[in-house]
Ligand binder design. Structure first.
Ligand SMILES: C[S@@+](CC[C@H](N)C(=O)[O-])C[C@H]1O[C@@H](n2cnc3c(N)ncnc32)[C@H](O)[C@@H]1O
Length: 257
């Protein structure tokens, strides 16, 4: 029997609820019941806290660092400015929301959006412990962002878009919520173009951030179709054969949506 989109999304939610529970009880988030959760299949690095420098990690609560399940450091590449509004899609334990809140300062705002209650609870605790007050955590799915059109300067995301069951909807929603000239700085897993969907599924699971990854040309075409220009996809580190942690950047096209 084939898995429906709803079943797949529920599987993702359950996996990351377990990861949040592990981080809350002081364990690394991927000690979450034996299955992969955005973790390299042989357990080596390429995901998580190692992607942040020591200075950044020192400013964060331990639980936020333990809950880090990203595949890059989007805050480091997003070039955030004082006073900007930032939205982190799939904010997990809140690590990138907290770092963004510090970058945009008290006159700016950092939103985190996640569908998993346990992650939202963990993120709220971590933000309180970090002492940041210019943050808001929203419950919802990244395919239907609960924010008005033209309300955000920068959208970031860390290893989440590959988990979406409707990637065109996510990219269209990002364009909708961005202000004119708004920008995207996303870390994600991206496949080399020659890998078919079956090749990707052979290399790792959907909940483990591998099987659902777009290829580089699919990412570029998807962003251009959604209304972006100056799109770039830069591979940073290989996580399994032919699949990479990548930095994806784009700017909302003038006159778009
Ligand atoms: C791999 S973790 C990454 C968390 C965080 N960005 C980080 O770097 O640690 C994926 C997160 O995305 C959330 N997520 C996955 N698919 C989602 C969707 N369609 N809508 C909202 N949240 C989603 C999960 O609940 C989980 O917290």
């Amino acid at each position: 029997m084939s898995t429906t989109a709803d079943e797949l999304r529920n599987e993702v939610r359950e996996r990351y609820a377990q990861a949040a529970a592990a981080a809350t009880s002081g364990h690394a988030a991927c000690d979450c019941g034996g299955g992969a959760c955005c973790e390299h299949v042989d357990g080596t690095s390429g995901y998580g806290e190692a992607l942040y420098d020591a200075e950044e990690r020192e400013t964060l609560p331990d639980a936020a660092v333990l809950a880090s399940l990203g595949c890059g450091n989007p805050v480091a590449v997003a070039d955030l400015h004082e006073g900007e509004t930032v939205l982190d899609l799939g904010s997990g334990g809140g690590i990138d929301v907290i770092l963004s809140a510090k970058r945009v300062g008290p006159s700016g705002t950092a939103y985190g959006l996640d569908m998993t209650d346990e992650m939202l609870a963990l993120a709220l605790r971590n933000a309180a412990e970090a002492g940041v007050t210019n943050v808001h955590f929203l419950k919802g799915v990244i395919e239907q962002i609960p924010l008005p059109a033209g309300s955000v300067d920068v959208v970031i995301s860390n290893c989440v878009i590959n988990l979406s069951v409707d990637k065109p909807a996510v990219l269209t929603e990002i364009a909708r919520v961005l202000k004119p000239g708004g920008r995207v700085g996303v870390s994600d897993i991206v496949a080399e173009d020659h890998l078919t969907a079956d090749d990707r599924a052979e290399r790792g699971s959907y909940v483990g951030c591998i099987a659902g990854a777009l290829s580089r040309s699919e990412y570029v075409a998807g962003l251009e179709a959604a209304g972006f220009e100056d799109v770039s996809v830069e591979f940073t580190h290989e996580v399994v054969d032919g699949m990479h942690g990548a930095i994806v950047k784009a700017t909302k096209r003038a006159g778009c949506c």
